[in-house]
Design a binder for this molecule. Structure first.
Ligand code: 13P
Ligand code: SF4
Length: 303
């Protein structure tokens, strides 16, 4: 059955001149058939570089939107149109306007995990892999970091020379991880290094040996001489981590964080949108241009 769907996907990809992009959090079966797999920064960059007419974006809505914003001439298909990141909505446009009035020289720094409407109101986008670098490079002293409070706090600590103002958004899965859960794993695996996504709470970050994006976590585990790791992020990264071999072992906190929206993406749905062209990302041109400026600025500022 699975082999048949994979064959159908391969055929449709050729017929439609399509390419498949997948985030590290989607199911391993989808990562396996993707042409490009990565963190949100890599996927935004690669979406601009590929020449295919159709991009099937295996991730959540904001990722597909970013691909469309940067590639208006291409068709971007979402395998599940309802796969949406809850954090992407966790600040209002009114709040941004209010902050701009309060701080005349404010830079609004928008984590890519945000709607296109929020991006359109921002000065620059960032991802977890470049947020510190970009905030450091901004000429503004006052920075309103939206929507994620945990990533914002991490950036604030790394860039003490700026006045980073936090918003109260959060990822429901990363925010649920507690220091107690990490300590419980550490007791079972005392030699393990703790690898953490910066969307986690401060109490978890302070117990960590490495803090970084999904790509950063995978790359750290690959280069490390250590054999055991406690992973504080969404379970999808296990597909890549298990593939590293060399007897390396990975333990997730319990209960294991699983993003329900990322897991809505299935092979069947990939085949379906390729066949039908359903769930194409559409947007108003004016809104697209407003949202494109901060995304392009991120691509210029980040390496
Ligand atoms: P990355 O930018 O590290 O891929 O993370 C995206 C995300 O959704 C984290 O929850
Ligand atoms: Fe959004 Fe969290 Fe899912 Fe990432 S893991 S897509 S931040 S809900």
């Amino acid at each position: 059955m699975k082999q048949e769907i994979v064959k159908t996907i391969e055929r449709l990809k050729k017929e439609k001149d399509a390419v498949i992009l997948a985030h590290y959090y989607v199911d391993g079966s989808v990562q396996e058939i993707a042409d490009y797999v990565g963190d949100s920064f890599y996927l935004a960059k690669i979406a601009k570089q590929i020449n295919h007419q159709v991009i099937v974006f295996c991730g959540v809505r904001f990722m597909g939107e970013s691909a469309k914003i940067l590639n208006p001439q291409k068709t971007v298909l979402l395998p599940d149109g309802a796969a949406d990141c809850p954090m992407a909505h966790m600040v209002s446009e009114e709040k941004i306007e209010q902050m701009r009035k309060e701080y005349p020289d404010l830079a609004v720094v928008c984590y890519v995990n945000s709607t296109k409407a929020l991006k359109a109101k921002s000065d620059v986008c960032v991802t977890s892999s470049n947020a510190v670098q970009i905030v450091k490079a901004l000429p503004n002293k006052d920075v309103f970091f939206i929507p994620d409070e945990n990533l914002g706090r991490y950036v604030k600590e790394q860039v003490p020379e700026k006045n980073v103002i936090l918003n109260d958004g959060f990822c429901p899965y990363h925010h649920k991880i507690t220091a107690g859960q990490v300590r419980a794993e550490k007791e079972k695996h005392p030699q393990a290094l703790v690898l953490t996504h910066p969307e986690c709470r401060e109490e978890v970050l302070s117990l960590s040996d490495y803090i970084g994006s999904t790509a950063g976590i995978i790359s750290f585990a690959q280069k490390s001489e250590n054999k055991e790791f406690i992973v504080c992020t969404e379970h999808g990264v296990s597909y890549q981590l298990e593939g590293l071999g060399k007897g390396k072992k990975f333990y997730f906190v319990s209960p294991c964080p699983v993003c329900a929206d990322m897991k809505k993406v299935t092979l069947e749905k990939v085949a379906h949108v390729l066949q039908t062209g359903e769930n194409a990302v559409e947007m108003d041109e004016e809104e697209r241009l407003c949202a494109m400026a901060p995304l392009e600025r991120m691509l210029q500022l980040a390496t």
